[in-house]
Design a protein around this ligand. Sequence first.
Ligand code: HEM
Length: 499
Amino acid sequence: MAEGWGSAEWIELAVCIVVILGAHVLSRSLKLRNSLPLPPGKLAWFFWDDTKDFLRSLTVPTEVGKWIEERRARYGNLFKARVFFRLNVFALGPEANRFVLSNDTKFFRSSWPKSFRELCGNSCIVVASGEQHRRLRVHVEQFLATDAVKRFLSTIEGCILRCLDSWQDGDVVHVYPEMHLLAFTIGYKFILGGSKDVDFDKLQEHYHVLTSNVLCFTINLPWTRYGKAMRARNAIHEVVYAEIRKRRAEWNSGVSPFGKDRLSSRNIQLARDLLDLFTFWEVSPESGKEWEFTEDEIAQNVIVMLLASHVTTSSALTAAVKCLATRPDIVQELREECRSVAESKNSNKPITWVDTKKLQYARKVIYEAVRLHAPTSQLNKQALSDLEFAGCRIPKDWVVVLFAGETHTKEENFPSPEVFNPDRFNEKIDLYSFIPFGRGARMCPGEKFATVLMQIFLYHLVQRFEFELVRPEEKFVMLLGRPNTDLPVKLKSIREMSE
Ligand code: HEM
């Protein structure tokens, strides 16, 4: 047989057989994949059909949750829909949360609208993927690990006391704008150092323009939302560039707080803020780079961190005040805990890390507030390949949408879900039923920081004031991550009451 065949011909034959067999196996597995059905649901022909109703459910207080509930009743926990310009699978409940979040970055990348990506930048931690995300994440996690938060406690407390000192007996305060300013001020100091050279009011104004227009059509004209947001973003970039150059000039002259050393995991405690961390991180000599991160990468990251921290924390603080204002019994229990911590020390002394550990009821109040009113209610993850979940196929590039708010308010996950009951956190809670900070590889690295900040705020608030809602009948919901109301509350000073 095959007279005259040499070894080259035999190898060619073997390669052909392997290729044919491989193609056969691949086509079988593809057939199998394609034989799985897509999730149920109607894909509207025109993108606007579903988008307008979905948008209403995100922006009109009386419509929140309706769009999802109607489809869940029709199709179950997994359904498809064409919303915005993309194909989505809406996946509800803890099992879907587990599947997606425990495989985040492996099977999924985060999915942000074009305007967000262009305004925040592809190198910022929330948009970056793969190796770039991992590298940024290592830095951010190291910095936000307990030690940096511990060192920052007195600054957090100082800002909170200044806020509460401006509140007087009998005042009506608008909680959301107050919390927004507080969270922005603290974030600014923690992330950008709070330099006196920066015009704080201007910076805050630019942030306001950026955050209110970050989701929009990307038409860059002077009068469009995108045009305004881009100008605000460029102005913030200039502030950050100026600060980086100032610090690098000091470092070059050897007058920085860490002389001419670079920062690394060995001396990370010397970093004054997140900007130092990104600006002076050590570079491996082989890389040939002068600095680990470019000015643009640093600006993108510090800007997105300040955005991610203050928008969410201010919404969560407002939710906590709203929940407490309707439950004097819970305020009383919280007050007792706070007083007992204050009495265990000289109450004029700054709060310590050990004190915050004792504020366990305050922590449960916060968790319960973000369970009921999750600031980041929706997580969007784009499939990196064809996937299988719950007997259905999720095609590559489709976006899986998870809803924290929906999981948090289902009877099967939290009995009597509408009741504000911090004691439910006495029991162990299933990890994927409670996801206000996400889970998995992209879980919020600022959770510890945000929780401690909120504990300290509640610690001082309830020892100083009673508070009641000015408009108790008002519905309180999160619309695109912020409350639908400024939440006016009337204050009664505790000291005045006991006199
Ligand atoms: C109550 C306050 C907060 C809430 C509810 C919250 C919520 C979240 C959620 C749900 C995610 C996950 C998003 C995903 O899976 O794609 C996230 C990510 C993130 N959060 Fe927070 N966050 C809060 C405060 C903070 C603070 C104070 C900081 C910074 C100091 C921060 C920085 C970040 C960053 C950088 C990410 C992106 C992580 C990544 O993509 O790897 N957050 N946050």
